[in-house]
Design a protein around this ligand. Structure first.
Ligand code: URA
Length: 433
């Protein structure tokens, strides 16, 4: 087989066989196929697309490029959840403990934030002592003992994706649904769960800007899962305004704790109830997701979800006293008020603007090597649909930096205020299974 023939076939709109796809993935991962040929093939895929079978073959070849986590020593259905990334997305820290408290097994590998999107691992590390680097043995034991573990990805998982993602980033080939879907799903499949719920976000703060694009990506990933015998489902959720009120690591952990106590923001609470209901159905704990939703609500009311978060934190070496008393989380030096320039209804809060501003306050990284400041970020005082008077506080900006003036302006600019009250928007727009 010759790489150039594979490139030409795809360039001319042909269908690649599983053997050709596997030849390319293996050759590229081993360094035998150079970046320039891989770039040409990626660009041909971006223009010509791939059909369902090709995407499934690509996903499987990527999955097989490195280590697989063997979860067979954990009894029962192992559920996993993945978000395509957003602003203020602390869902895993609430949803994970809730589904585990209802009897599901959640063995989850999470990522770090980059750019304007946050990562669950960084949020977890804002709890002093918290370990995210458990060995495979420790990971499996913890899920068997308490039903939940959330850790970082081990180095040897999906090396094909690591190389391809870096190449796509610099060759203008990120925005291809077959490439995004195979990248996400290959990593999920490596981590061994039998059932996967995908939270595909759309809107200004998300990777997919429109509902249509999010739906296309979600349907593609659900089909890949079906091809590879995993119960894969997806929800389409709104990221046109940040999720909840808090954006920034320890600020989001505090909001996750409040939500587990039943005192969280409405959108986040609704999202975890809906997603949790589906995951309990996937775990065969309930026979339909509505019954699952009732169980999740009960786990919030009884405090069982909060107890499960504490058990996870304790088991991963974290200081549980911070969960009992969230005022222990260190605050940033400044909590600066951003005020409304006029009276009216909040019509829109640009997630991207808020995400980038939080990053500039110290909550995120511009490059992988940047350190983050756990205490900094933004807490919204208003959400879309709320009425504000001129001069009322829209948000608090928490930072340890002195040069915040421009960021405060961009936070204010992220709020669109108008005379007309906007229509109420649901958080979940669709469910695909
Ligand atoms: N997230 C991934 O893991 N891969 C992509 O290609 C896009 C988002």
């Amino acid at each position: 087989m010759r790489t150039v023939d594979i490139i030409e076939k795809k360039r001319d709109g042909g269908k690649l066989s599983p053997e050709e796809i596997s030849f390319f993935i293996q050759g590229y991962t081993r360094g035998e196929i150079p970046d320039y040929q891989a770039s040409a093939l990626l660009m041909a895929i971006l223009f010509q697309g791939m059909d369902e079978e090709e995407i499934a073959s690509l996903t499987d070849a990527m999955r097989l490029s490195g280590e697989q986590i063997d979860l067979s020593r954990i009894a029962g259905v192992k559920v996993d959840k993945h978000s395509t990334g957003g602003v203020g997305d602390k869902t895993s820290l609430v949803l994970g403990p809730l589904v585990a408290s209802c009897g599901a097994k959640l063995a989850k590998m999470s990522g770090r934030g980059l750019g304007h999107t946050g990562g669950t691992l960084d949020k977890m590390e804002s709890i002093p002592g918290m370990r995210i680097d458990l060995s495979e043995e420790e990971f499996i034991k913890q899920v068997n003992d308490i039903g939940i573990a959330i850790i970082g990805q081990t180095a040897d998982i999906d090396p094909a994706d690591k190389k391809l993602y870096a190449l796509r980033d610099v060759t203008g080939t990120v925005e291809s649904i077959p490439l995004i879907a195979s990248s996400i799903m290959s990593k999920k499949l490596c981590s061994g769960a039998s059932a996967i719920l995908l939270d595909v976000k759309f809107g200004s703060g998300a990777f997919m800007k429109t509902l249509d694009k999010a739906k296309e990506l979600a349907e593609t990933m659900v089909k890949i899962g079906a091809h590879l015998n995993r119960d894969t489902r997806a929800i389409l959720t709104d990221m046109d305004e940040p999720l909840g009120l808090a954006v920034g690591n320890s600020l989001e952990v505090k909001e996750a704790i409040a939500t587990l106590k039943g005192e969280g923001p409405k959108d986040l609470t609704e999202l975890v109830i809906k997603a949790g209901g589906i995951m309990l159905e996937q775990a065969h704990i309930v026979s339909d997701h509505k019954e699952g939703e009732a169980k999740i609500k009960a786990a919030i009311d009884s405090g069982a979800g909060l107890d499960k978060l504490k058990a996870m934190v304790e088991s991963q070496g974290g200081d549980v006293s911070y969960i009992d008393d969230p005022t222990k989380f260190k605050m940033a030096r400044f909590a600066l008020e951003v005020k409304a320039p006029e009276s009216g209804y909040i019509r829109r809060i640009d997630s991207l603007g808020i995400g980038v501003s939080a990053m500039k306050l110290g909550a995120g990284r511009a490059t992988k090597e940047d350190a983050i400041d756990m205490a900094s970020g933004i807490v919204l005082a208003k959400k879309v649909g709320d009425y504000v008077e001129k001069g009322e506080v829209l948000a608090l900006a928490h930072t340890n930096k002195d040069d915040y003036a421009e960021v405060l302006r961009s936070i204010a600019d992220s709020f669109e205020i108008g005379k007309e009250r906007p229509n109420e928007r649901p958080i979940v727009y669709g469910y695909i299974k």
